[in-house]
Design a binder for this molecule. Sequence first.
Ligand SMILES: O=C(O)CCC(=O)C(=O)O
Length: 273
Amino acid sequence: MLTEYEKWHFDLLGYIVLKGAVPQEDVKRMVELCDTWHALPDSELRPPLQSYRDPETHPTLPRSINNAHYGDEVFQRLALNREIMRCVLALTGNSPQLLAVSLTRNTKASDDVGFHGGFSGGLRNPANDYQAADGQVLATFLNAAVSLVDVPIGAGFVCVPGSHKSHFPKPPDIDIYSDPPAVVNVTPKAGDVVLFTEALCHGARPWPLDDPRRTVFVRYSTSYASWSPGIGPIEEHRDKLSDDLCELLQVAGFQHRKQVVTKLLAEFGEESG
Ligand SMILES: O=C(O)CCC(=O)C(=O)O
């Protein structure tokens, strides 16, 4: 389900860009919801919407509103977006689990995001794995960064390409402001998706425009990666989700084939073995 080019790119660099993966009408709706929700304090958000860190106490941290998929159907559609799922299924060996859907806003006043993931310092997370063999590329922890705006050159997502395979610590003088080839700035348009392994060393440069950067980070793991916090649907809000999404959120053994995966594989014309 990944093209040969995508496999080559993902294996070599640790990410791929899915151009125009999200319909513009959905982008528009998500921007509207982003502006509505981000205008509210956490106390006025409808549960289970909640900021990763309360903006009252962390005013300069880019604010990330978690559980967006419980807040509106458009985010459920996004978590099951066919272009994203085509790649997530391939990269998880057809054993995906949805972990989180976070609607994030960066303004001119937001902090930058320093390098993390991969070998950016300290020990590697042993559960955040990456391998390529037998014509397949496998990653246990993926992030689909869905841009809702056009990102200008010099701003937003940066990474150390190839660092998901690095065996040596990043030199301390390489930071999010370093130049290529060590550091690459990926600048998607509204509706594009930057799909990367969280084993990649990545971060974000500050946002220079008056109009905020709006991004949905949709995180997936392999269904058997039971190390992640907040696994599975939230029981008291389960009724807000479709059956397919509930199943996608479940932990499952690697031999188990989720029904939602069988359905998607049939749609993609792939055999469901
Ligand atoms: O804002 C960005 O593009 C980087 C986000 C990030 O570092 C993350 O989601 O782990």
